[in-house]
Design a binder for this molecule. Structure first.
Ligand code: BTN
Length: 254
């Protein structure tokens, strides 16, 4: 495997984010959990934390995120952020990752990277108080997991997608080198301009658009893109409903 691009990234990103550092751990329970623990202990420095192996990787809605060393890229970007409106951040992050990787990568609202109608990666965003009392300034932890190598379906209805379907020789370190700097620039642009700057690019990769979907409460409908605030518009029997990520998960109807 290629060496991790820690030093090169630190050099490239320090001018954008003063005090920025990159760290690679052999093993940790979860890079998100680790940065949230640090933030709660008052450590609010900007950092990109990579783990070769996570022993308790987490996904959205309390799900597990399973990955093996060398077979996936798992990292979290932690930094203080003060956007006027936080809604749509995971969508903007998805746009950045997809754009840095491949034109054929789609985005499944609100936080999945898809390829060939299968999940390629996921995003888990959490925030902690900065203790400054100056809301909306918070410490954001942006966790990213991307499958690099083929994995068995193990319990899933379809085997996940993996990046080597598009780039047969790529590894986790090379993947990080492609996505890290654009990701930091995206987060800064989001802080400044919010989701509106990303909406058209999200919609262009939206894999749910015009598809039948089922909300987690059982409501059926058709997905119709996003609102300015990043909610998913679903046309249901009750009319057009904006769905926010905290309420539901969405899957294409069978
Ligand atoms: C999802 O698909 O629900 C989100 C998956 C996010 C996984 C990444 S891997 C790095 C970071 N640490 C975690 O425990 N989760 C995120």
């Amino acid at each position: 495997m290629s060496p991790w691009p820690g030093q090169a990234l630190q050099l490239a990103l320090e001018p954008l984010v003063p005090g920025f550092s990159v760290a690679v751990l052999d093993e940790v329970d979860s890079t998100n959990s680790e940065l949230m623990r640090r933030a709660r202990a008052g450590r609010l420095e900007p950092v990109l934390l990579v783990a070769e192996q996570q022993t308790a990787g987490r996904g959205r809605l309390g799900r597990q995120w399973q990955s093996n060393a060398g077979e996936s890229l798992t990292f979290s970007l932690g930094l203080p952020l003060a956007p006027r409106d936080w809604s749509g951040l995971s969508l903007a992050v998805g746009v950045s990752l997809a754009q840095s990787l491949h034109p054929a990568i789609g985005l499944k609202w609100p936080n999945d990277l898809w390829f060939d109608m299968r999940k390629l990666g996921g995003i888990l965003i959490e925030t902690a108080s900065t203790g400054e009392g100056r809301e909306p300034s918070r410490y954001a932890v942006i966790g990213v997991g991307i499958n690099i190598a083929e994995r068995p379906a193990s319990g899933l209805s379809t085997a996940p997608a993996f990046l080597r379907e598009m780039f047969p020789d790529i590894d986790a370190a090379q993947t990080l080198a492609r996505i890290a700097e654009p990701l930091v620039r995206t987060v800064q642009a989001f802080e400044h301009s919010g989701f509106s700057a990303f909406r058209a690019r999200f919609d262009a990769r939206d894999v749910l658009r015009d598809r039948a979907v089922v909300l987690s409460d059982g409501t059926a409908g058709t997905a119709h893109g996003t609102t300015e605030g990043g909610a998913l518009l679903v046309h249901t029997a009750a009319g057009m409903v904006p769905v926010t990520s905290s309420e539901v998960s969405v899957r294409p109807a069978a």
